[in-house]
Design a protein around this ligand. Structure first.
Ligand SMILES: Cc1cc2nc3c(=O)[nH]c(=O)nc-3n(C[C@H](O)[C@H](O)[C@H](O)COP(=O)(O)O)c2cc1C
Length: 319
């Protein structure tokens, strides 16, 4: 069956049913659907030739990445068989419960979340990674409150990952933006991470002003890849903590504008992963034309469903 038929079916289901349910009900139903063995559909057996992408020496079969959001091993395992060139798993040194519900609400065609790093921590994550039959490169998205926390996770888990993403840009936990707002401390974090890491490092940027100094510090320290970028901080009374990070199509114009700017300012030596509002093959194509080396998304995985990576790869390859 053509993937476009399946894609349209999901679109119909999402727009007329899932998106009209309260979030607390829609999330478990969406997760339940994802548990179906859809990853074995022949539409995911794609010829990626011509799309192979080298990110800092790590070869991806294609430049489409599932961005940081998930800590659940089963989602990562599944997504790695659904047309992505790489998948991202988030982790912190210690287990984190995250913020209480409601911690994600819809806003326009996107979301505002204050999930706040809910994950089982490094030790449990290592158990999963040890047994993980990884089909695609795995990016470990690390956050922490101190340089030591980042370093312990890099040391403890780097053997089980293909790339390490330093998340210094989470708007919805205390201290989540500390390194973004303190370029000197960020420079120390980058230096220590580069010394420790045997895997390519990615810097996940915040969408706030001031990325120029942070990127310069990253490049000086030896980090050659940036991900622009994280969610955008907004007030949101419906969330348990009163604010969160905006994701989805509202970010797209900002993403494309800043990818262009970063490319102009830092030249070809820096690699850019474009993230924020990418939910169609055309948007992915446009952002690649604007200077990105790869694209990643989360909201589109929910609103457009599991066939979006397939659509983006088709658009990028012209097949
Ligand atoms: C529910 C949720 C959880 C997220 N968790 C993380 C995270 O742990 N680390 C991170 O770097 N970004 C996280 N993000 C941000 C996404 O990786 C991405 O940068 C952002 O959502 C913009 O992309 P999008 O518009 O395609 O969703 C999260 C986003 C969402 C919606």
């Amino acid at each position: 069956m053509d993937y476009k038929v399946l894609d349209k079916t999901y679109g119909f289901f999402y727009n007329y049913f899932l998106s009209r349910l309260p979030e607390g009900l829609a999330i478990p139903i969406g997760r339940g659907l994802l548990k179906l063995p859809i990853e074995y559909l022949p539409v995911f057996e794609i010829d990626y030739s011509g799309l192979e992408t080298d990110l800092g020496g790590c070869m991806l079969p294609n430049p489409v990445i599932l961005a940081a959001c998930y800590h659940q091993p089963w989602i990562i395992r599944k997504a790695s068989k659904m047309g992505f060139g790489a998948v991202t798993l988030k982790v912190t040194r210690d287990p984190k419960r995250g913020n209480p519900k409601p911690n994600i609400v819809r806003k326009g065609k996107g979301f505002v979340n204050c999930i706040g790093f809910r994950n089982p921590g490094m030790e449990k994550t290592r158990e999963f990674l040890k047994d993980c039959d990884r089909r695609k490169p795995l990016i470990l998205n690390i956050a922490g409150d101190s340089i030591d926390e980042y370093c312990e996770v890099i040391e403890g888990l780097q053997d089980y990952a293909d790339m390490i993403e330093l998340n210094i840009s989470c708007p919805n936990i205390e201290n989540g933006l500390y390194f973004s707002e303190n370029p000197e401390q960020a420079r120390d974090l980058f230096g220590e991470s580069v010394n420790l890491s045997r895997k390519p490092l990615v810097l996940k940027l915040s969408r706030e002003d001031g990325y120029k100094e942070i990127i310069s510090n990253a490049i000086d320290s030896g980090i050659g890849i940036v991900n622009y970028g994280n969610t955008s901080p907004v007030k949101e009374d419906r969330l348990s903590v009163g604010s969160g990070g905006l994701s989805g199509p509202e970010l797209y114009e900002d993403t494309i504008r800043n990818v262009k700017k970063i490319r102009e300012e830092f030249g070809k030596d820096l690699q850019i992963i474009a993230t924020g509002g990418i939910d169609s093959g055309e948007k992915a194509y446009m952002v690649m034309e604007s200077g990105a080396d790869a694209v990643s998304y989360v909201s589109g995985f929910i609103t457009r469903g599991p066939f979006l990576a397939r659509e983006i790869n088709s658009r990028l390859s012209g097949r």
